[in-house]
Design a protein around this ligand. Structure first.
Ligand SMILES: Nc1ncnc2c1ncn2[C@@H]1O[C@H](COP(=O)(O)OP(=O)(O)O)[C@@H](O)[C@H]1O
Ligand SMILES: [Mg+2]
Length: 241
C-alpha cells in the first residue's frame, strides 16, 4: 500500500511540479498513473522512492514513512525508473547478482529465480553479455528482472512498457496482474491510455501537478456520464483544465 498526503514539490521554488496531491494505492490493485509529458508522474514516483524529498506532505509505503525511515521503506518496494541505462559495464548476470546482494536474497534461491525470470523474459542467451550491448528493450527487461529478484511487495514502475517488444510487454502485464491478484501493490505510470484502460483496476489522472481524478474507470465514466474511451475522456479533461 502507498499513501501520499498533501504532497508538493517544486524544483526551482516557484512553479510546482507536484501540487498538493493525495493518493492511496491499495493492495490487490493495479493502479495506473496517467498524465501528459511533464505532468508530474516521474517527480511523484521519485518522491515515493525517496530519490527526492517532498517540500511538504508525507508518504508512507506499507505504513513506513519514506522520509523518517528511508531504509525500511526501501525494503518494501521495487522501482523501475523511466530510463534503464545503468550499470552498463556489468553483464546481465552480474547485475542480477548485484541486485540480489543489495536486497539480501540468499544465494541458494537466486539460481532458480534467475532461471525463471530469464526464461520468462527470453533473456537467457544475453545474461553473459554486457548491458552496454543490450537494446533499449533488453535493458528495460534486465532492470525489471533485477527488481523482481528480491520479490518486493510494492512495485513502482515508471513507464515500464516503453521500448518493450509485444511479447515482453504481454509478459510484464501478466506478471503485474498476478502480483496484484496475490494481494500486492502495483503502481505504474503510462501515457499509453489503451494499456491503462485494459490493465488497471484504478487510475489517477495528473495534470500540471494536480490530481484531477482518482478512482475506477467505471467511476470515471459515471462522473462524466459517458461511455467514451479513457483516451477521449482524458483528452477532454486535460484540455479543459
Ligand atoms: N530535475 C528537474 N529540474 C527542474 N525541473 C524538473 C526536473 N524534473 C522535472 N522537472 C519539471 O517538473 C515537471 C514535472 O516533470 P515530470 O515529473 O518529469 O513529469 P512526467 O513524468 O509526468 O513527464 C515538468 O515541468 C518538468 O519540466
Ligand atoms: Mg516521466
Amino acid at each position: 500500500m502507498i499513501q501520499l498526503n498533501n504532497v508538493s514539490k517544486s524544483y526551482n521554488g516557484t512553479k510546482k511540479a507536484v501540487d498538493n496531491i493525495d493518493l492511496t494505492i491499495n493492495d490487490g490493485e493495479i493502479f495506473g498513473f496517467i498524465g501528459h509529458n511533464g505532468a508530474g508522474k516521474t517527480t511523484t514516483m521519485k518522491m515515493i522512492t525517496g530519490i527526492i524529498q517532498p517540500d511538504i506532505g508525507n508518504i508512507k509505503i506499507n505504513g513506513v514513512d519514506v522520509v523518517k525511515d528511508p531504509l525500511k521503506s526501501k525494503q518494501q518496494f521495487g522501482y523501475v525508473p523511466d530510463s534503464p541505462d545503468m550499470f552498463l559495464r556489468l553483464t546481465g548476470l552480474e547485475y542480477l547478482n548485484f541486485m540480489a546482494d543489495v536486497y539480501d536474497v540468499p544465494v541458494s534461491s537466486r539460481k532458480d529465480k534467475i532461471e525463471s525470470l530469464s526464461s520468462r523474459f527470453e533473456m537467457k542467451e544475453a545474461l553473459n553479455d554486457k548491458i552496454q550491448s543490450y537494446s533499449h528493450g533488453m535493458r528495460q527487461k534486465i532492470v525489471i528482472m533485477g527488481v523482481l529478484i528480491h520479490e518486493p511487495s510494492v512495485w513502482i514502475l515508471d513507464e515500464p512498457m516503453t521500448g518493450l517488444d509485444p511479447k515482453a510487454s504481454f509478459t510484464l502485464k501478466q506478471m503485474m496482474r498476478e502480483h496484484a491478484d496475490n494481494g500486492k501493490t502495483v503502481f505504474f505510470s503510462t501515457h499509453v491510455l489503451e494499456v491503462a484502460e485494459k490493465l488497471c483496476d484504478k487510475v489517477a489522472i495528473i495534470n500540471k501537478g494536480k490530481i484531477i481524478f482518482s478512482g475506477t474507470l467505471e467511476e470515471l465514466k459515471e462522473h462524466f456520464k459517458t461511455n467514451e474511451s479513457l483516451e477521449k475522456i482524458f483528452l477532454e479533461m486535460t484540455e479543459n483544465e
